[in-house]
Design a binder for this molecule. Structure first.
Ligand SMILES: CC(C)(COP(=O)(O)OP(=O)(O)OC[C@H]1O[C@@H](n2cnc3c(N)ncnc32)[C@H](O)[C@@H]1OP(=O)(O)O)[C@@H](O)C(=O)NCCC(=O)NCCS
Length: 214
């Protein structure tokens, strides 16, 4: 198996678009939303390249297997998307693409930034594993007509403030995470953030004293 990494100057926009399409098809499928066509993405990619975006494409025995896109905006370098075809996952290709992107960014700046949706827990775990830290950015909204129904959202928390996230059609939470989400939702129906913070502080102090938790 031979792996090579090329940039957007060595490969057609159409080939990148087929990978881009697979990335969005997988994401939109999880979200339960429709996806664009390869042609739509090809147009978008031509514009992105014109606008200075950098693509690295991984080829396995000449088969396009994954890509990463980097952009410069708001005074920082962003890894906008990374994607490895499902059949090539778990073999180190994602790491190779991340390291290629980091090498490119390191020659130009001191930090690589990424934005991830809170529903993408598996992706967040991947980035944490790759040495990234969670930082900033809470999106706020005021619904001026129809607020979403509660069953369309899930509830997380930030400093005890409920943070609503969309409930995706295909979620990837494990049992512990699902239990947390369910208890959290029930909790916030009954109590406010002050009680939440007190409960958490109490539980954390107990855990620090090595008290057994079932
Ligand atoms: C995320 C993604 C790019 C990873 O690609 P991959 O080729 O499977 O990753 P690798 O095999 O190179 O894994 C790199 C390292 O991350 C770890 N890792 C991979 N997926 C992980 C996950 N979900 N959680 C925690 N660690 C993970 C691997 O164990 C490996 O560790 P090591 O190098 O220390 O041994 C791939 O799963 C993917 O395309 N997912 C769908 C698209 C996506 O979510 N993109 C990110 C949003 S922009």
């Amino acid at each position: 198996m031979s792996i090579s990494i090329v940039d957007e100057s060595k490969i057609s926009a159409h080939t990148i678009a087929t990978l881009y399409y697979s990335f969005y098809r997988e994401l939109r499928d999880k979200q339960g939303l429709p996806c664009g066509s390869v042609e739509d993405y090809e147009k978008e990619i031509r514009e992105l390249i014109k606008g200075g975006n950098k693509f690295f494409i991984a080829l396995i025995d000449n088969d396009p297997a994954g890509f990463v896109r980097i952009s410069e905006r708001e005074g920082a370098y962003w890894i906008e998307e990374i994607f490895v075809k499902p059949k090539y996952r778990g073999q180190g290709l994602g790491r190779i693409l991340v390291e290629e992107a980091e090498k490119y960014i390191k020659e130009r700046d001191d930090a690589a930034y990424i934005m991830v949706l809170p529903q993408e827990l598996s992706t967040i775990k991947f980035w944490l594993h790759m040495g990234y830290k969670m930082l900033n950015t809470i999106e706020l909204v005021k619904y001026l007509n129809n607020p979403p129904k509660t069953e369309e959202t899930r509830m997380l928390e930030v400093f005890g403030f409920p943070l609503l996230i969309w409930r995706w059609e295909k979620e990837e939470y494990d049992e512990l995470e699902l239990e947390f989400l369910s208890v959290l939702k029930e909790f916030f129906y009954k109590y406010d953030r002050v009680v939440f913070l007190k409960v958490i502080i109490y539980a954390l102090k107990r855990a620090l004293k090595n008290e057994k938790m079932d």
